[in-house]
Design a protein around this ligand. Structure first.
Ligand SMILES: [Zn+2]
Length: 125
């Protein structure tokens, strides 16, 4: 569990029409190579997030979404501040649970849902 002050809104500046620029101060985690444990330091790093009020789209300079397809904590915090839901654009299909995938239709020899104990008991009647 993270302490509350790990990610804080440092300042927000309106730059141009309907685009607001936010700067989040994010405390830095370090990892001890010997114990392999991470700990929170007092150092801070600032991340700039631009939010377009008309399109409700955001862009963060950490580029986690561009790099790995996962929305970063800075953008999530921004949507939380505005009381908005994260747009579907930022939830890629490969991370969704409500999508039926082709490989789920492939029958596997060791798991046949039609042969559960309940179904087998009816088959034997
Ligand atoms: Zn970010």
């Amino acid at each position: 569990m993270q302490p509350d002050n790990v990610l804080t809104l440092f300042q927000n500046v309106v730059t141009y029409d309907n685009v607001t620029e936010y700067i989040f101060a994010n405390r830095v985690w370090c990892r001890n190579n010997e114990t392999k444990k991470e700990y929170l330091t007092q150092y801070k790093r600032n991340y700039r997030v631009c939010f377009d009020m008309t399109t409700k789209l955001a862009e963060c300079e950490c580029s986690l979404f561009n790099h790995s397809g996962i929305i970063c904590r800075h953008m999530i915090k921004l949507y939380d501040i505005h009381g908005e839901e994260v747009p579907d654009r930022y939830i890629l299909r490969r991370w969704r649970k409500d999508v039926s995938r082709k490989h789920t239709c492939v029958k596997v020899a060791y798991h046949d849902p039609s042969k559960t104990e309940h179904v087998v008991s009816y088959d034997e009647m």
